[in-house]
Design a protein around this ligand. Structure first.
Ligand code: DAT
Ligand code: MG
Length: 150
C-alpha cells in the first residue's frame, strides 16, 4: 500500500489543532502507520528541505520547522501522496480551497500547518529521514473493507 510522510508543523501543535488535523486524515480513510511528537533539529530540517536551499525563504523555513515540536506521521492508503496533498490544500494557505486543512485553518504560506510528501519517491526518502524501520507498524484495520473495496 502507498505511504506518505505528513508533518503537523509547529503552528499546528502550538495552536492545539494537531488532533483536528489528524482527524481530517483519519476520516478521509488514511491509516496511521507511524506517529510521534518530536523536535526537528537544524540538521534534519536542512536535509528535509534541502531542495529549497538557496531560495529566499529557506532560512525562515528552517527556523519555522525547528521553532517548536511537530507531529510526524506515516499515512497509508491508495494514492496516499496525492490524497493527502488534496486534503491539505495548496501550499499558499491564503489560496487554499475551503474544506481543505489549509483552507479551513490557515492564512499564509509561511504558516501553512502541514507538510506532505510530493511524490511516492520523495515519500520513501522522507519517511526514512523521520522514522526508523521499527517505528513503522504494519497491521490490519478491521474497517478497511468499508473504506477500500477489494
Ligand atoms: P509544499 O509544502 O506544499 O510541498 P513546497 O515544497 O514548494 O510546498 O515548499 C515547502 C515549504 O516552503 C512550503 O510549505 C512553504 C514554504 N514556501 C514555499 N514557497 C514559498 C514562498 N514562495 N515563500 C515563502 N515560503 C514558501
Ligand atoms: Mg514540498
Amino acid at each position: 500500500m502507498d505511504q506518505t510522510l505528513i508533518l503537523i508543523k509547529p503552528d499546528g501543535v502550538q495552536r492545539s489543532i494537531a488532533g483536528t488535523i489528524i482527524d481530517r486524515f483519519e476520516r478521509r480513510g488514511l491509516k496511521i502507520a507511524a506517529m510521534k511528537l518530536m523536535q526537528v533539529s537544524k540538521e534534519l530540517a536542512n536535509k528535509h528541505y534541502g531542495i529549497h536551499e538557496g531560495k529566499p525563504f529557506f532560512a525562515d523555513l528552517v527556523s519555522y520547522i525547528t521553532s517548536s515540536p511537530i507531529v510526524a506521521m506515516v499515512l497509508e492508503g491508495p494514492n496516499a501522496v496525492d490524497v493527502a496533498r488534496n486534503s491539505m490544500g495548496e501550499t499558499n494557505a491564503g489560496k487554499a480551497a475551503p474544506g481543505t486543512i489549509r483552507g479551513d485553518f490557515a492564512l499564509t504560506i509561511g504558516r501553512n500547518l502541514v507538510h506532505g510528501s510530493d511524490s511516492p519517491e520523495n515519500a520513501v526518502k522522507e519517511i526514512n529521514l523521520f522514522f526508523k524501520k521499527e517505528e513503522i507498524v504494519s497491521y490490519e484495520r478491521n474497517n478497511d473493507p468499508w473504506i477500500i473495496e477489494s
